[in-house]
Structure formats: C-alpha cells, structure tokens
Design a protein around this ligand. Structure first.
Ligand code: PHE
Length: 376
C-alpha cells in the first residue's frame, strides 16, 4: 500500500520540493551494449552518444527534477549475454527504461524480457523489422531494413549501374539475412539480377571459397549485408582474387575498423547508413562539435548520433508522461511526433519504428566520404 503510494505520488512531489537530487531519487536508465568483443566499435560509439545526452540532460536539471543515472552493462558482443544483463538491469537495478542495442540479433534477445516486465525499450540503431514486432514496449529511432535494402538496390542499379550482383550473407545474423532479402527483392523488381548467393557465419575469417565461386559466376558487384570485421576481410580477399568491381553493404559496415582491417581494399566500396558528420545542418554540426569536445577530438559516427537521439527521445517522452511508470511512459513514447534530433525528425509510427533518410558513404583515400542522401 505504502509502496504503491510512493510510486504514484512521490516523483511529482519530489520534483516540486527538492532542487538537488539524492542518489535514490535518480531516473535510472539501463543501457546494454557491445562494449567489448567482436562488435566493440558499435557499443563504444553508441554508448558515447548516449552518455553525452545523459550528461547534457543532467547539466540542465535532469528529468522531472531528478538527475538521470545511466547504468550500462556490456554483453561482450556475445550471444546469450544480452538476456542475462537485461534481466539484471531490470530486477537488480530497477531501471525504468532500456536503451539498446545496435545489432539486431542482440536487440531481439532483450526485447521479450523488456516486454514481459513492461519496461520500454528503445533500440537506437537495430534495423531488422522483427525487433519492434516483439511487442508494444519495443521502439526504435532509426529506419528499418526494407527501406535500407531498397535504397541500396536502387543505388546499385541507378548510381553504380550494376546489372549482375552477387549476395554474400551472414546466415548467423538476423540483420544480414533480412537486409539480403530486402535488397534482393527490390534489385530483382527493378530489373537487376542476383546471379549468385553465397553464405558465411559471424566470426569466419576465410572467404576464398565463396569469392572464387562468385568470380566464376561473372558478376559486376557484390552486396555484403554484414558487419565491419567480415566486410573488411571479404573486401581484402576479393581484391586478392582480382575482383575489382564495387563491393557494397549496409550500416553494419560503419566503424573505423572497416578501413583499419581492410586497408586499400576498401577504396571505392560503398555502404548505406543513418547520418554523415559532413552534413552541414546546424543540428549535426553542433553535435559533432560537442562530441569532439567531450571525447578527445573523435568524430561521431551513426551509432553515436543514434545513441544520442535515443536517449533524448526517451527523455522527451518521460517529460511528456510526467512519470517513469512503464505503461504511461510507453504511451508517451508511442505518441512521439516530429522530435528534432541529430539524425533528423523522429516520429514513432504505429509499428513503433521511425522513418528517416539514409546516406551513402564511400571510402576515398582512406577516409569515409559522403556520396548521397536517400529520402524515405
Ligand atoms: N543496423 C544494424 C543491425 O540492425 C546495426 C548497426 C546500426 C550497425 C548502425 C552500424 C550502424 O544489426
């Protein structure tokens, strides 16, 4: 009884009465991320963006008069770990909302748990459609792969003028399997040909067999809807086999390691993503400036920008809800309209997804370069 009263009335009271927040009065937000392991670049980057947002929120008085406490857990990029740490965040730390993950496979792992406990979860950058289909408490602030796959199929046909394309898919990644499917559907529909399909698994290092088969098939490009480590190794081994046509992928390619691992082989490759730091809009340039000042001159990438936006969209919803109560916060998140962020406007649609533009990036002289923007 007392407990129920407390949770109903105290937050509003405290907001009115206390100026400074005590430790137990914080708004606890949980974050699960791949801070170490195979996709550490994703987790690190997303975390920095999220942290910057939380620090800014706290510097301007927090949310509902309370400071925000970000509790971050590392899943080591390992399968199975996200479920464990998300349960811990919910039962031990009593977080009121969950931010994460970048990789769709790991968001898919956590989503049923968040749904079960009625803890709103926002994935900053998981693009596989199934993520938000897991339940009414699961949201995202980025576009989804039917759009990304279509955008890259059109780019391949219209801008790269490719006619026969090979698909090299990671069968152990839901993200890769989905993006391959959407790319294939559109590319075939607009008159392109998927001449050959080859597969690999996360963690593979030798792609010579698949690339030799692709070479024999006589294509003029390869679509690799995977993550940066394998994409870089594939590009490298493709060049060694003298496959000197465009190799291209999706947002999973985005990480400095793509160029560190792939080196010269990455020149003239392309990938789609959510944002470019070269965008001259004040929202982007202001973010780039703040991020560089906070993180030793580092330029924020798409995961950082979406990590930042995910935390800000959550804060906006908590303010509108006037409470951190799960069902009310869920309703406020679902009602998000035209929230202006770094990655554009966030409007949560009936499927709890956002609709945003994609950008195409290429590698030129060892640097990422903006090519074009693709409207939704
Ligand atoms: N969209 C990817 C996925 O769903 C993750 C990702 C997002 C990777 C943004 C890099 C940049 O798995």
């Amino acid at each position: 009884m007392i407990k129920a009263l407390r949770s109903l009335f105290l937050p509003a009271l405290m907001a009115a009465v206390f100026t400074g927040a005590r430790a137990q009065d914080t708004v606890k937000i949980g974050e699960f991320a791949s801070l170490t392991g195979k996709e550490a670049a994703f987790g690190q980057s997303s975390h920095k963006g999220t942290l910057l947002a939380v620090e800014e929120l706290n510097a301007t008085g927090g949310i509902l008069g309370r400071q925000v406490e970000l509790i971050t857990e590392d899943n080591q990029s390992k399968q199975g770990e996200s479920a464990t740490i998300v349960k811990k965040l919910i039962s031990r730390d009593k977080i009121i909302a969950l931010l994460g993950e970048v990789a769709s496979g790991r968001s898919l792992e956590a989503a049923p748990i968040a749904q079960n406990y009625k803890i709103p979860m926002i994935s900053p950058s998981s693009t596989n459609p199934r993520v938000t289909e897991m339940g009414s408490y699961i949201f995202r602030v980025c576009f989804i792969d039917p759009f990304q796959g279509t955008a890259m199929a059109k780019f391949a046909k219209d801008s790269l003028h490719l006619k026969k394309v090979a698909l090299l898919t990671s069968v152990s990644s839901p993200y890769s399997v989905g993006l391959a499917k959407y790319f294939k559907e559109t590319f075939a529909a607009i008159g392109g040909e998927i001449t050959i399909e080859q597969k690999y698994s996360e963690g593979d290092k030798d792609f010579k067999a698949q690339l030799t088969a692709i070479k024999a098939a006589g294509v003029d490009g390869i679509f690799v809807p995977g993550y940066y480590t394998e994409a870089a190794l594939i590009s490298k081994q493709a060049r060694e086999l003298e496959l000197n046509f465009p190799i291209f992928g999706g947002d999973g390619w985005e990480a400095p390691q793509l160029i560190e691992i792939g080196g010269k082989a990455m020149e003239g490759t392309y990938y789609s993503t959510h944002y470019s730091p070269e965008n001259s809009s004040p929202a982007v340039q202001n973010f780039v400036k703040k991020f560089r000042a906070r993180f030793a001159g580092e330029t924020p990438d798409a995961m950082a920008a979406l990590g930042y936006d995910s935390a800000m969209v959550l804060a906006d919803a908590i303010k509108r809800a006037g409470t951190t109560d799960g069902p009310k916060l869920r309703a406020a998140l679902a009602a998000t309209r035209n929230y202006d962020g770094v990655t554009g406007r966030t409007t949560i649609d009936p499927h709890r997804n956002a609709t945003k533009a994609a950008v195409v990036i290429t590698v030129k002289d060892g640097q990422f370069k903006f090519v074009e923007s693709i409207a939704p």
